[in-house]
Write a protein that binds this ligand. Sequence first.
Ligand code: HPA
Length: 281
Amino acid sequence: MTQLQTKESLYDRARTTAELLKSRIKEQPKVALILGSGLGALGDTLEERIAIDYSEIPGFPVSKVEGHAGQLAFGRLGGVPVAVMQGRVHYYEGWEMEDVTFPIRVFALLGIKDLVVTNSAGGINADYVPGDLMIISDHLNLTGVNVLRGDNDERFGTRFPDMSDAYTTELRQLARKAAADLGVDVKEGVYAGVAGPSYETPAEVRMIGKLGGDVVGMSTVPEVIVASHCNMRVVGISCITNLAAGLSAHKLTHEEVKITANQVRATFGALVQKLVESIGR
Ligand code: HPA
């Protein structure tokens, strides 16, 4: 367990990293963004961009997965000061949940109140097709663990955080409006988060559908739990990159996920930017 391997508390480590980042940036970021597979390039478009490799940021885990290049970029998106994670690490890579979510704690200590998370996911809801975008209304934590297990540090948040509006109603409303303004059709549904890395079996996909999951993916849930713990407002958008296992005639590959993510990238990026503009207003 990471906590026991180091004398310094998680809070102190996050604060040290936040202080270091503060000394490198010109402006307090208002919104933090986590850009999932395929969407990272949006972070290249920031005005007054300052980018720092994860490998240079104490406590930030560095992914080895192709297509998840790790940089934290600061700057302005649509005029709004932002902190952008270009790529993220996943639990399935072997990281502890505490490491996966460390950047969120740093964002909280940087004084950032709003978090935009993006990801790719497999579609389970029969109305969804690959290429669809979905505003996350809620999640099912099917990872088998909870990131907040262990001692609670009240400086971050309460022992038993409320999750009833984790994907904040207000920000979802802004996401719907941003999509409507752009003429982009969006779904809204429940993200089921699993540990991975194997894709689900068809039986698991049927189970998740019966439990109320509209899509399934391998990220986001731990980050959102930690953001809720830190009293941040969250909005999440999934790109449905494929039909979940057993729902299409072909086998699932990471290739398919990447291809669809690339095809939707421009629309997804425009939606995220518009959403950030409306949060920053
Ligand atoms: N399952 C889990 N994670 C995913 C999928 C999927 O079908 N597609 C993209 N990420």
